[in-house]
Design a protein around this ligand. Structure first.
Ligand code: ZN
Ligand code: ZN
Length: 439
């Protein structure tokens, strides 16, 4: 069940070297370093070599090193959003299947850059992003978060990944299009679909295990896929040392997916007590995505959501906060997910404010750092400021565990963002002292 810690992101041997400048040897000096596990801060220097944190301590020798003065600022791990759709330039999923890939990827390049500027140095995409986008990011062709992808989300006929209207009799999907989903029915077809995504480098597999909002013919309260089909997906993912994430709203859909071995439940708004027990028993994760309902209700219709779909939003929004409160109280592992589409992606950090309504701020922060890294199978590498971790750092002007607004209103508070040891975003709040410079 446990995914390998080093996914295909590291094994694309055909990748040419990064086109960007060599990663500098850097010391981030004098910041208040937030240990997200304990929830405490301590002033320290951080030494970064070849993209990795190699030393944390006080008064590190900075002679001959580039030095970033973080005194007065808070240094925390780069954020992880575990439920995004980077290619979803519109909330209308049908439009994605009918738009030229070149146009979709122009939008995607903008979305990835803005996501990084909001402090997210890693994302888990749950439908749409593929190996090409992940490779482009690795090579520095696209500025954005590290991308862990599933390729297409796998759906049954008439399920959340089937975008046909009732009057359409053609085959589902459009070959070569940027649609988020693919349709497979029956155990053999599901196995083949999973194997095909793994063939293309998927880090995880996404299945649709209940109805959803952005699909034209299904209902929120439907379960999708037979138990045999879900188990087939889990078996195939497990065989490749991958795991399955399942879109599911109702307790009925959540519980059967958990019993079949799914590792993360996406949304989960209508969970029940049995779900809470199953999450703990199966060591599974819940990825609630509240901000997407908040944003859909605010402005979904402006971004292409039809009136019928907009009506579905209220059903899932009302129960969402309550589900998170109950899951948090029951000790379920919660992971940050925004699931925003189109122009609504700019509200990505609003999820922090929603989460902090029902749990302490530090737990909301953990959901986007350490716990997210656990879900991704990258414990100790991502989501922590620690020796041996990848040097993904978010530097902000105040402590977000004392005021979650620091992350929710990130543009007002970000000082600098470091990804893989490179300063990828900085603001006038930052002072960098180059070798030999005096303060
Ligand atoms: Zn979903
Ligand atoms: Zn989604």
């Amino acid at each position: 069940m446990e995914p390998r810690s080093r996914g295909p992101e590291r094994s694309m041997s055909t990748s040419p070297p990064r086109s960007t400048a060599p990663v500098p040897q850097l010391i981030v000096a004098g910041g208040a370093v937030l240990d997200v596990t304990t929830g405490t801060t301590q002033t320290a220097d951080i030494r970064i070599e070849d993209g990795t944190i190699t030393e944390i301590g006080t008064d590190l020798d900075a002679r001959g090193w580039s030095r970033l003065d973080a005194s007065g600022a808070v240094v925390m791990p780069g954020l992880i959003d575990a439920h995004v759709h980077l290619t979803a330039f519109s909330a209308d999923f049908r439009a994605l299947e009918q738009t030229a890939a070149s146009y979709v990827y122009a939008h995607t390049a903008k979305a990835t850059r803005e996501t990084l500027q909001r402090g997210f140095t890693t994302v888990r995409d749950l439908g749409g992003a593929d190996h090409g986008l992940a490779q482009a990011q690795q090579e520095g062709l696209v500025v954005g978060p590290r991308v862990l992808f599933c390729g297409h989300a796998i759906s049954q006929t008439g399920g959340h990944g089937d975008m046909r209207l009732p009057g359409e009799e053609h085959s589902p999907g459009t070959p070569g299009s940027c649609g988020l989903g693919t349709v497979a029915d029956g155990v053999d077809a599901v196995r083949a679909a999973v194997r095909n995504e793994i063939r293309k480098g998927a880090h995880h597999i996404k299945i649709m295990a209940s109805g959803g909002v952005s699909s034209p013919t299904d209902r929120i309260d439907s379960t999708q896929y037979s138990l045999g089909e879900i188990q087939a997906a889990v078996d195939e993912a497990d065989a490749a040392n991958r795991y399955v994430a399942a879109h599911a709203y109702t307790a009925r859909a959540i519980n059967r997916a958990l019993r079949a071995g799914v590792r993360s439940i996406e949304h989960g708004n209508l969970l029940d007590d049995e779900s809470l027990a199953l999450f703990r028993e199966r060591d599974a994760f819940l990825v609630p995505t509240l901000v997407t309902y908040w944003a859909l209700q605010e402005e979904g219709r402006e971004h292409g959501l039809s009136e019928g779909m907009w009506q579905k939003v209220d059903t899932v929004l009302q129960t969402g906060l309550d589900a998170i409160r109950r899951a948090h109280d029951a000790g379920v592992k919660l992971v940050y997910g925004s699931d925003l589409l189109g122009g609504m992606q700019r509200h990505q950090n609003e999820e922090f404010r929603l989460l902090a309504q029902v749990q302490p701020a530090i737990d909301a922060i953990r959901s986007a750092t350490v716990t997210a890294a656990d879900l991704l199978g990258r414990t100790g590498e991502l989501g922590v400021v620690a020796e041996g971790a990848i040097a993904d750092l978010l530097i902000v002007d105040a402590d977000p565990s004392a005021d979650i607004g620091v992350l929710a209103d990130i543009a007002d508070h970000v000082v600098a963002i470091i990804q893989g040891g490179q300063i990828v975003h900085s603001t006038p709040r930052l002072q960098v002292l180059r070798r030999g410079d005096d303060l």
